[in-house]
Each structure stands twice: as structure tokens, then as C-alpha cells.
Design a protein around this ligand. Sequence first.
Ligand code: HAM
Length: 423
Amino acid sequence: MLTTAPRGTKDILPQEIENWRYVEAVMRRICAQYGYKEIRTPVFEHTELFKRGIGDTTDVVEKEMYTFTDRGNRSITLRPENTASAVRAFCEHKLYAEPAPTKLYYIGPMFRYDRPQAGRYRQFHQFGIEALGVDTPAIDAEAILLAVTILKELGLKDLHLKINSVGCPKCRPQHRAKLQDYFRPHLEELCDDCKSRFERNPLRLLDCKVPHDHELAAGAPSLGDCLCEECREHFEGVKKLLTAAGIDFEVDNTLVRGLDYYTKTAFEIQYVPLGAQSAVCGGGRYDGLVKEIGGQDVSGIGFAMGMERILLALESQNLLPEHKDGIDAFIVCPNQDNFELAFKTAIALRQAGLKTEFDFMARSMKAQMKQAGRLNAKFAVIFGDGELERGTVTLKNMANSTQTEIPVDEIVTILQTEVQKYE
Ligand code: HAM
């Protein structure tokens, strides 16, 4: 028990870290091209923020939050997503004082108590963006383009972009009434959650994962038919710009997303080969959220991608670059009488910027040479008794096994020059 991580969590081991860094570097680079700046918010917030922001009839809030009372008797929740937190920070720090749009991005852990399976974890990581303060279709199209560009830059093909408009508070009541008319004759057949959603938030009926309800939802009246003029025009504008940018998409009227804050544009990108957890990216517009949590009437749009899912996709397609891990020098010092000199040399080499290792355990010469090979050292610096008497050490090039004797006081300068030849 003590040596096992909690269910649904995962250690990211040293051999995997390079892959994470590679993906993060692509995201950061493209965010910079699009003018997005990084924000880091706390991993926990007041529970009320998520209840108000995400909506208390959503699965995330009803079933998946890690909520606890802290020692000061406050209700605290580990963030299940970062949009509400980013919007909270936007209000708290008056980021709206700068000219719009405020463009933010984040990468970090999120927490949802869900049934773990491949691609679904209780602690997972999201990369996401939020653009606040602009409500034209161009910023929606730009956000979608940014997501697609990152996934394409990583080399992913077989991406499937679905978009929809989920309307606004003006047109939703009409859809709500139609949904209730549709589901009313089936009320008794619905799961308990859906029965309670029927009155509280019938749109959530479209999002139910119970097979019978899910099938029923497929025939439900489409929101597309109820959109008001403003929402329809906005959606047309987004589609037009995506087409102009050469982005393939499918309009899917059943796409409602699992969080309540969405208005107008909603979208998801699936990487089909991932199977059940194929959604690698989800997002949309949330024009009421800033006001809902107590800020001004400011619109917003954003998305988040599941880092683990992206890494799974890249791995399955062999799209992760090979990382050649290695060090510059390994100091081999079989005689412990010479250890202090070897230790000081290692310090000097590291100060000169070289990746240097040495043996801590008084191993034999053979074992130390083996260790140099295992660590992929470019050079072994051998502190042999005979050489040291002559004021020298042996420098062994590990790639071609050539050996030269070099003066002890020139080790740093010579190695610097030699290592440079590899760069
Ligand atoms: P979401 O659709 O709940 O949206 O999550 C976005 C992405 O996070 C999913 O498409 C998936 O890749 C990943 N994800 C979600 N849950 C898990 C999990 N349990 N394990 C692994 N990956 C997961 C949001 O979170 C919104 N905040 C996105 C957004 C930003 N909308 C506007 N701005």
C-alpha cells in the first residue's frame, strides 16, 4: 500500500520526462506565436468557484470533485479544470485593464474522481488556453486553429474536429422546452441522475453516459434548430473562418460538452485511434462565466487538451523524438587515495558547464568503466596511479576507445574543447 500510488494517479518517471518536455515545448512555442502568456493558478480553490462556474448539475461537480474541509473550516476543492480558476485570476488581478483580448495559457495537474482506465486518470494534466474580452467569431476560429496547429505540429494525423453552437441564454429556453417535451414520455425509463436533470438542467440529458439514455438522447431535438439570430450568425462566422484557414471540421449538433458555462461555440478534437478516451481536446465559448463568478460582463473562449492522452497518441504512432541522454565525462578513480583530487576535478568540470559523474562507492576500475559506458559518457577521465605520478590522467574517448594522456591541470580546458567537437 505504502509503495503504491493512489488509484488513478501516475508517476512520471525520469525516462518519460523528456517526452513531456518535448510536448510542452511545442505548446509553449506555438502559444508564443499566437500571443498567449502563461498563467499558474493554485491547484485548489474555494469549492464555490467550481460549483458556480462549472454548474452544480454537471457530472464534474456532482460526482467528480475532490472536496474537503480545511483546518480553517473552509470548503476547498482540488481544481477539476482550470477555466474557472483562470477567470477568477482575471477578475482578481484586473487583467481586463489591459487591452483585450487577454490571452492566457496553462499547463498543470487537474483532479477528477472518475473511474480510471487507459487515458482517464484521477490526477491528469491539461494544457489549455483562455482568451477573454473579445466576442467576435475570429477569436473562436483562432483558438481552434491554435489547437489544431499544436496537434499537427506534434505530427498527429487522424484528428477529427467537431464543432457545434450550444446557443445562449436567449435561445436556450426554447430548446429546453423542446427537450422536456421530448423526454417527458420517457421520464420513468431514465436513470436517476437524468430524472433530476429533467427539471434542473435538461441540456445535461444529452450528455448522459448510461447506454439507454444516451440512445434516447440521439433522437432529441437539436439545439441547431433553435438558435437565435445572433448565435446563428456567430456560428456561421466561425465556420467561414475555419474554412478559410483550411481546417476540416464536422458540425455535430449533439455535441454539448460536460460543463455548464458554454455558450455559442463548442468544439472537441478526437484522435480516433485512442478508442473510448479519444477526446484529446475540448473547449468553447463561455460568455456568461466571468459575470457568473462576480466579475464584469466579459466574454471568453478557450480549450484544454489532456496531456496524457496526447502522449499516448504520440507513443502509439511512434511520433516521440529519440532523446539521447548522456554525460560529457565520467571520472574513473579506482584508488581512494586519489578520490579528493577526482572529486575536485568533477566540481571544476561541472563549473565549466560539463555534465560530469564519478563513482561514489569505491568500485573496481572495471566496474567504473562499465558505469561510464552505461551513463553514455563521451569521455572517461582515468585517475590511474602511474599517470598521476607523472602529473597526468588518461582521457579515453568512449566512442572510438582512443586514449591520450593529458596534464591534470589542463583537464578542464582540454575536455571543453573535445566536448565542443560533438556539438
Ligand atoms: P474537458 O473537456 O472537461 O474541458 O477537458 C479537456 C480535456 O482534458 C479532455 O478533452 C481530455 O483530453 C482531458 N481530460 C479530461 N478529463 C480527463 C481525465 N480524467 N483523465 C485524462 N484526461 C482528461 C475542460 O476541462 C475545459 N476547462 C476546457 C476549456 C477551457 N473550455 C474553455 N476553456
